[in-house]
Write a protein that binds this ligand. Structure first.
Ligand code: AMP
Ligand code: MG
Length: 347
């Protein structure tokens, strides 16, 4: 039986204590609450309630071998979920928490195995969004929360996206407007030297290296072993995504035009998801275009990326033509999501 899903508007900077108390009461009763974080919307449950945590996997249709991130209100709560906080982990936490950095720590035995999919590490972060922090503080328990979308689909950056994917599967959605960063947290394993980035995200490699020296990216195979749920195809809209290459806006636009012509000739509908500079160079006039904003504004692009994918998906285009962005700073996380969205479906 589908649940009645209640959507409540909440001020993103100053959430009402009454609304947060109601949401916290629901979490403590074992219900699921979706809420905005600075990255994307999360689907939260009490991390110590195994039954509620299982419901997260069911609601998302997420495989049980893909572990969840545990969210905390403050750094003192680390000891509730982890047995160790190394000097490197503590330094990263002191610099980037609250914020979009997730650290792998040795798992505390009190945490239900469902949260970590049986792994001996737990992924932990303190989010910086006032609604997420307010909810965590009101609950007094850590909240396990993956992104509030159907597994494998484009991540949700607004409450409307959560409704699209999870209406009837979540009790309450706190609508705090669009999420400020728009892309997920960086997942770091701080235990080896150098520390390993398992997923690029909101905290950049440059920021991490300024804090602790060299870090490296996990190889794809290594990443799958360390982080079992991470699939090559993820963050994907229902449309096919094609990455069009070129070393200038003009060259990318020419590649998009070429693809567009071929698709149209084959009777397929296409949409374009591209930076403003590329749109200016396009010759083809496709009905469905989404402007990601200026090429150099990587934060703006990160913020609009998933909205763009969902907007074109909602227009029922069969193919989305897009391109990678400069490979530095947030561009690495944006390109990771684009590549995963473009990865072919396993037939
Ligand atoms: P999501 O919250 O949906 O953005 O996904 C969280 C991601 O964090 C998972 O897909 C894993 O890649 C990663 N993760 C969570 N817990 C662990 C863990 N204990 N070890 C390795 N990776 C983890
Ligand atoms: Mg996710």
């Amino acid at each position: 039986m589908p649940l009645p899903t209640v959507v409540v508007q909440v001020d993103p900077s100053h959430p009402s204590p009454e609304i947060l108390a109601e949401a916290a009461a629901r979490i403590l009763r074992g219900e699921l609450v979706a809420f905005p974080t600075e990255t994307v919307y999360g689907l939260g449950a009490n991390a110590f309630d195994a039954e509620a945590v299982r419901r997260i996997f069911e609601a998302k249709q997420r495989p049980f071998d893909d572990p969840l991130i545990v969210h905390l209100a403050e750094i003192e709560e680390v000891e509730m979920v982890a047995t160790e906080f190394s000097a490197v982990a503590a330094r990263l936490a002191s610099l980037f928490w609250p914020g979009p950095l997730t650290l792998l720590l040795p798992r505390h035995a009190a945490l239900p195995v469902e949260v970590t999919s049986g792994l001996d590490t737990v992924a932990v972060r303190i989010p910086s969004h006032p609604v997420a922090l307010g909810l965590l503080a009101a609950c007094g328990v850590p909240i396990a929360a993956p992104s509030a979308n159907r597994f494998g689909h484009t991540s949700p950056t607004s409450a409307a996206h959560v409704v699209e994917d999870l209406d009837g599967a979540v009790e309450l959605i706190l609508d705090g407007g669009p999420t400020p960063l728009g892309i997920e947290s960086t997942v770091v394993d701080p235990r080896p030297t150098p520390a390993v980035i398992l997923r690029p995200g909101g905290v950049t490699r440059e920021q991490l290296e300024a804090a602790i020296g060299p870090v490296r990216y996990a190889e794809p195979g290594e990443r799958r072993a360390a982080s079992p749920g991470r699939l090559p195809r993820h963050y994907a809209p229902r449309a096919e995504v094609i990455l069009c290459a070129g070393d200038s806006a003009e060259a990318i636009a020419a590649s998009i035009d070429e693809h567009a012509l071929r698709l149209i000739a084959g009777g397929r509908s296409a949409g374009v998801l591209a930076a403003s500079e590329v749109h200016q160079e396009l010759k083809s006039s496709l009905a469905h275009v989404f402007d990601l904003g200026g090429w150099d504004d990587l934060l703006g692009i990160a913020r609009r990326l998933f909205l763009g994918m969902r907007t074109l998906e909602a227009a029922h285009v069969e193919v989305i033509l897009c391109h990678l962005v400069p490979a530095h700073g947030l561009g690495l996380a944006v390109n990771d999501r684009l590549r995963r969205a473009a990865h072919p479906l396993q037939k």
